[in-house]
Design a protein around this ligand. Structure first.
Ligand code: 8GT
Ligand code: MG
Length: 131
């Protein structure tokens, strides 16, 4: 009998809120990655040497070309996927510099909070949106 130990993955993601507080920025995962085609809050895996905020800053620069000016922790969610355990720290980003765009070719969209449920999300975010 073999025992399979799941990978533990620590991820930082951002709920980036528009200046008028009405919209949130979401991105669609490229089709060739895990959960491809689903929408998500931008972010990614932390490197072992990074704090959550350091990792989030790096990811938002890499994925969207923006620099975080002001962010605060919003919620921490654990989720079991069949092959891995995800610990997702979601930050709320109130202020950022630059104009976000999909630096990795991914679709990026500002969406009114009330319309988030129209977008097929990765599992964790469904939980986050309480649907
Ligand atoms: N960014 C992000 N990742 C999420 C969300 N929900 C969720 O389950 N994840 C999972 O968390 C992990 C984050 O990985 P990622 O693919 O964004 O990582 P990354 O940007 O570092 O990419 P890379 O591994 O290609 O360098 C994936 O397993 C992804 O499925 C979410 O809302 N945002
Ligand atoms: Mg990512």
């Amino acid at each position: 009998m073999s025992i399979k130990v799941k990978r533990r993955v620590h991820v930082a993601a951002a709920a980036i809120i528009s200046a008028d507080q009405q919209q949130v920025l979401i991105a669609r995962r490229p089709s060739n990655v895990d959960h491809g085609g689903l929408w998500e809050f931008p972010g990614g895996k932390l490197a072992p040497y990074e704090t959550g905020l350091e990792g989030l800053k790096r990811e938002l620069h890499e994925e969207l070309g923006v620099e975080i000016v002001c962010a605060q922790p919003l919620i921490r969610v654990h989720h079991e996927y069949p092959d891995k355990h995800i610990l997702l720290d979601v930050w709320q980003v109130h202020e950022f510099a630059g104009e976000p765009f999909g630096r990795e070719g991914q679709a990026v969209r500002w969406v009114p909070m009330s319309e988030l449920s129209n977008y097929p999300f990765q599992r964790l975010i469904c939980r986050f949106c309480a649907r």
